[in-house]
Write a protein that binds this ligand. Structure first.
Ligand SMILES: [Zn+2]
Length: 716
């Protein structure tokens, strides 16, 4: 889902995220490995060129030997604690960062353990779509495989539509005095699932067939009490649920109905009862659907049909199985042409939308889609859709089809006329950078949902255009990797999909069309003050337990900024990118916890980062670095300068120290975070031979220092 908080528009928000993420840094990616060295007194000038690097490094190493003895003498003063500092190195650099030991399901290095398992949920759905009553009715047959080591006497399912019941907990939680994206306190809409029957269909040994299963509906959840438990280690059960629901016009910005000139656009999601996840961490995950918290789902195979009036054009997750039955011969031909074209091909033009000949002349049609190894399916229907498509090319040589559907109101090259180009660009880029896109189709739907992701289909705001449309398209398809491929628990740890996705979006913006929509840098300092203010909440907060106005910060921009910092300044892209790819590969189609992520980054990246996770993700520690004095060895300015820096707040970070001498020579020293392991005061030696004019900590605001007033020392 896209970040929208308070009254900020999405464009402003995404711009802010980008600006946060895109700090210009002194350190080119190729030289950032110098953080590995414990003592690093490096750069003699900003213009240090790469080919000079090795030579300078030798000089520096010699210099290190000379100054080692000197620093030993200083050690008495550097371990002193500033009385004004709240910093505690033993709190930040604790050896006991991980809350629990690992087991056979989850390994110490962050990968799935030897006995790791996930359960499988496959769905066969036959639905009728009524565009007069705005109703979905039909049946779903769920085949559930229990790979856990425990037998299951009962199952839990999600009935997400029950949020749109006036008695739901989510409705009760809707604020009285301000607008919420997740619900409307004045809503009169009485929605929710009407569960007509739940019957066993499996005839495993000793399992009766076609008997009613006792079901107990608890708000947005339903418990099924089975006549015979599902066996452990691979037992299966199959059951059929007949159901219906009225489609909400505004469904928490994730499903809805938009009125357009040529008819309604239906964006259909959370449209069938879905299995809750049973995992090795919590057993059944049954947190209610309240609005803010998204979804946690198992993987399985989907085979679904939608029977609808023939005038409706339907797009859905996965691949259409019967194009000849539901499209015109012209459209089938154009789709074949699009599969061969990197340029967007029109499948149904704006002029054809109002031409009855652009639909088969029948009363009703049944659309048939399939998608395997996915965690959900969604679809959209409209009489108003313009439709275009283009080929996607994946690293393995496989091809796919990017498509967009939108009303006449959204047409044109400054708007949705480029939506397919954006879809193709985003997906091809992420496939190259991180992990190949797993599906064969990707459909971008213009709707009244401002931005929401589902496997191989996304809903984006029909008014989005230009940079905003690129941003939301890139974000929603970026969710393919988190949480569609890497299936983390969104309802508990929203940052593991939104934050990771916002982070990869920041790199995509540079990549797309030679940086056409590359972010501009802005005032970082005010953003850090906002990001680390007392009012902000921690990244490791449950989405439903966050203030709505803090969601964009805690789950999107702050984790994205933190990961950029880790990549560009602390680990370097070479180590970070490999570790991040390793995380995706290890946990594809599985359910990682935050600890699995932390362990994987540390193991594949070779760094102990407990201090970073603790200060940035688990707590909301602030950073305040300060210069308190500049002196010279023996009080002689022709000898090296001694700069005293202080760490005044609870977070620690590397220190980037820029200085200028009286004659105008400039230098930059990058000091690793380890200097803060021994206290809140550090004396940094600069190998200068004349008086200093000024010294500044982090002039480019790369680190989240919230108080810049104490970052500069100037000679009197
Ligand atoms: Zn999102």
């Amino acid at each position: 889902m896209q970040a929208l908080t308070g009254s900020d528009s999405f464009n402003d928000k995404i711009k802010a995220i980008r600006q946060l993420v895109f700090t210009t840094c002194f350190c080119s990616p190729k030289t950032s490995h110098h953080f590995i060295a414990p003592l690093n007194i490096i750069y003699s000038s900003f213009t240090l060129k790469r080919n000079n690097f090795r030579k300078k490094r030798i000089i520096i190493m010699n210099a290190k030997k000379l100054i080692t003895g000197f620093l030993v003498l200083l050690s008495i003063s550097v371990t002193a604690q500033n009385a004004n500092s709240t910093y505690d190195q033993h709190d930040l650099f604790t050896p006991n960062f991980y809350p629990s030991s690992v087991n056979e399901y989850r390994a110490a290095d962050g990968e799935p353990g030897p006995k790791y398992w996930t359960n499988k949920a496959s769905y066969k759905i036959a639905a009728n779509f009524d565009d007069v009553k705005d109703e979905i009715s039909g049946s779903v047959t769920i085949t559930y495989t229990n790979n856990s080591p425990e037998a299951m006497p009962f199952l839990w399912l999600y009935l997400d539509q029950n949020l749109y019941n006036l008695n739901s907990r989510g409705q009760a939680k809707t604020p009285a005095m301000r607008r919420s994206r997740y619900g409307d306190v004045n809503s009169k809409f009485e929605g929710g699932f009407d569960i007509k029957s739940v019957k066993l269909v499996s005839t495993g040994k000793g399992v009766p067939a076609s008997v009613n299963i006792t079901n107990v509906i608890s708000e947005t959840r339903m418990q099924l009490r089975l006549p015979v438990p599902v066996k452990a280690n691979g037992g299966t059960v199959s059951f059929k649920i007949d159901y219906s629901f009225l489609i909400p016009k505004y469904g928490s910005d994730r499903t809805g109905i938009l009125d357009t000139k040529n008819g309604k656009i239906y964006a259909i999601a959370q449209w069938y009862p879905r299995m809750c996840v049973f995992d090795d961490v919590e057993g059944w995950n049954t947190l209610p659907y309240l609005g803010a918290g998204e979804f946690y789902l198992d993987y399985g195979d989907y085979d679904y049909t939608i029977t609808a009036p023939a005038k409706e054009l339907i797009v859905g997750s996965g691949e259409l199985q019967n194009p000849q039955e539901v499209l015109t011969p012209t459209q089938v031909k154009r789709l074949a042409a699009a599969r061969q074209s990197d340029k967007t091909v029109m499948i149904r033009t704006a002029d054809e939308v109002t031409d009855p000949a652009s639909r088969p002349q029948k009363e009703k049609l049944t659309w048939h889609f399939k998608l395997n190894n996915a965690r959900d399916v969604s679809w959209a229907a409209s009489t108003a859709f313009i439709w275009d498509a283009a080929r996607m090319n994946f690293p393995s040589g496989r091809k796919g089809l990017a498509m967009s559907v939108y009303p006449i109101e959204s047409a044109g090259d400054s708007a949705w006329g480029r939506a397919t180009e954006y879809t193709k660009g985003s997906i091809e880029n992420y496939s190259k950078r991180w992990y190949e896109y797993p599906y064969n189709t990707a459909t971008n739907v213009a709707s009244n949902v401002s931005g929401m992701e589902y496997p191989s289909i996304v809903f984006c705001g029909y008014k989005a255009r230009g940079r905003g449309l690129f941003g939301v398209t890139d974000h929603e398809f970026g969710h393919t990797w988190f949480p569609m491929v890497v299936g983390s628990n969104e309802r508990k740890y929203g940052w593991m999909d939104e934050g990771f996705n916002t982070f990869i979006n920041s790199l995509a913006e540079e990549d797309f069309n030679n940086g056409e929509y590359k972010g501009r840098s802005g005032n970082q300092l005010s953003r850090y003050k906002y990001m680390f203010s007392d009012k902000s909440e921690t990244i490791m907060s449950e989405p439903d337990a966050l203030k709505e106005s803090n969601i964009g910060l805690a789950l999107y921009s702050k984790p994205a900024y933190a990961l950029s910092l880790l990549r560009d300044e602390i680990m370097g892209p070479k180590l970070f990118d490999y570790a991040f790819q390793t995380y995706i590969k290890r946990w594809a189609y599985k359910h990682p916890t935050p600890w699995d992520f932390f362990r994987t980054i540390e193991n594949a990246g070779g760094e102990d980062l407990g201090w970073f996770w603790k200060g940035m993700f688990i707590d909301n520690y602030k950073l305040d670095q300060a210069i308190t004095s500049v002196k010279y060895v023996n009080g002689d300015s022709t000898q090296p300068a001694l700069v005293t820096i202080e760490n005044l707040d609870r977070m620690a970070m590397p220190v980037y120290l820029q200085y200028e001498t009286l004659s105008g020579k400039k230098g930059m020293v990058k000091i690793p975070v380890e200097i803060w392991q021994n206290g809140s005061t550090w004396i940094q030696k600069l190998n200068t031979t004349e008086s200093l004019k000024s010294v500044t900590i982090d002039p480019e605001h790369i680190f989240p220092d919230i108080n810049f007033d104490n970052n500069t020392w100037t000679a009197n």
